[in-house]
Design a protein around this ligand. Structure first.
Ligand SMILES: [Fe+2]
Length: 423
């Protein structure tokens, strides 16, 4: 009887994983359904990948790390795709240069969709036929592939936003929907006592390798804002000459202001003196001073904090503050929304990724996994800064208090904003 129970549990677990695989893969296609083949080919800058490339690359991930090594008699859909759709895995061979992804008119969108269907059919066979001895290891790889796919879902939205912004017609990805009616509210400070604390993933549930090991950190007592910095507050910074006064900026940040000609966050336009509009995934509209500021770089977030007489929290401070509050999935959509009236630490996830003062480096005791998948996170641990929380475009259930997002300090096309800290 025990054996039967175990077999049933195995079937249940297998069925759950297969259902989750189907749901995540379908969610990717739902995001791209309204985009034409032409929309899906554009690469508006080197950091942006065409939608079609994201669709193919996420299929390549399952093909390369699950199907080829684990499904007997698996036949690659097209051997040339390994070169086209490998992102950055040196161990997986040569690859097409990232800035040239927008040149791939072939394979066409139809063929990329057929590639996804081919991979999905083979994955269904793999999931159904998996031997019990392989099950845990395979389930962990599938879970990694699904979390990878979710990261690309968010990238699809960040990237198509930049693509449409670059088009003088400024098309909307989706028609505008009614926006949150919250009035916004003044920020309040939450005091967090210092001491010896622990941060990092515990090992219960999925986490990326870079979220661990869990380890001790010494923190001084600090204060953290209970909500995100708003567009209205950012406008005061702009109007006070924030982008023209070097005293607020790090040296590299001031160089970026000069080089890039920054005068406001990305996607802001001064239509008339003091009259700003904002481009979003639902088109162009007047700037809303209540909503969280979004699409600022680390350099801008850091300069704003200095102008305000405050600072950015470290990632350990952010995580310890978040441990005491519910992460809360307050708002999933295409643009961040103003804070509600509820007291307490709010807007942790579901609005914008929050820049921290912490460089993206390994935690004590971290070792990248062996093999190609060791390249997933570990090899990027230089010259980037950590962002915490999660954005409105982060798929539901994907964010965690231990999640470490990371970007170069001048990047601002992803949904990055900030929350202030103080001594
Ligand atoms: Fe990827």
């Amino acid at each position: 009887l025990a054996k039967v129970d175990r077999a049933e549990r195995t079937d249940d677990a297998r069925g759950e994983l297969a259902a989750r695989y189907d749901a995540v893969r379908a969610a990717t296609l739902a995001l791209t359904a309204a985009l034409s083949a032409e929309d899906q080919m554009v690469q508006s800058m080197a950091d942006v990948s065409p939608t079609k490339w994201h669709l193919a690359h996420t299929a390549w991930f399952f093909e390369t790390f699950l199907l080829t090594p684990r499904l007997a008699d698996y036949r690659a859909f097209d051997p040339a795709f390994a070169y086209l759709f490998n992102s950055y895995y040196e161990a997986a061979g040569e690859r097409h240069p990232r800035p040239a992804r927008g040149l791939l008119s072939r394979p066409g969108l139809d063929r990329v969709l057929a590639y996804r269907a081919h991979v999905d059919a083979a994955m269904a066979l793999l999931l159904a036929g998996c031997a019990a001895t392989d099950r845990d290891e395979m389930a962990a790889l599938v879970e990694l592939g699904l979390n990878h796919e979710q990261q690309h879902q968010e990238l699809i939205l960040s990237d198509i936003k930049h693509v449409f912004w670059t088009n003088p017609l400024r098309p909307a990805y989706r028609p505008p929907a009614p926006r949150a009616a919250h009035a916004g509210r003044p920020a309040a400070w939450i005091r967090i006592p210092g001491g010896l604390v622990q941060i990092g993933a515990q090992g219960d549930g999925f986490a990326f390798d870079n979220e661990g090991p869990r380890h001790k950190v010494w923190l001084e007592s600090f204060s953290i804002s209970d909500r995100l910095v708003t567009c209205g507050e950012w406008l005061e910074f702009v109007e006070d000459g924030g982008y023209r006064r070097p005293e607020f900026w790090l040296s590299d940040g001031w160089a970026a202001v000069q080089r890039e000609g920054w005068t406001a966050p990305l996607y802001w336009t001064e239509e008339d003196e003091g009259d700003w509009s904002l481009f979003s995934l639902t088109g162009t509209r007047p700037l809303d001073p209540r909503e969280p500021v979004c699409h600022v770089s680390f350099y801008e977030a850091d300069a704003f904090a200095r102008w305000a007489g405050k600072r950015l929290p470290t990632e350990a401070e952010w995580e310890v503050a978040a441990q005491a509050a519910a992460l809360g999935e307050e708002h999933f959509g295409l643009h961040p929304a103003p804070a509600g009236a509820e007291a307490g630490l709010r807007q942790l996830a579901g609005q914008v990724w929050q820049w921290t003062a912490s460089p993206y480096v390994s935690y004590p005791g971290y070792r990248a996994p062996d093999g190609a998948l060791g390249e997933y996170n570990g090899k990027f641990m230089a010259n980037q800064m950590v962002l915490r929380g999660g954005a409105c475009t982060t798929p539901p259930g994907h964010a965690r208090p231990t999640y470490r997002n990371f970007y170069p300090p001048a990047a601002r096309w992803m949904f990055g904003g900030l929350r202030l800290a103080d001594a």
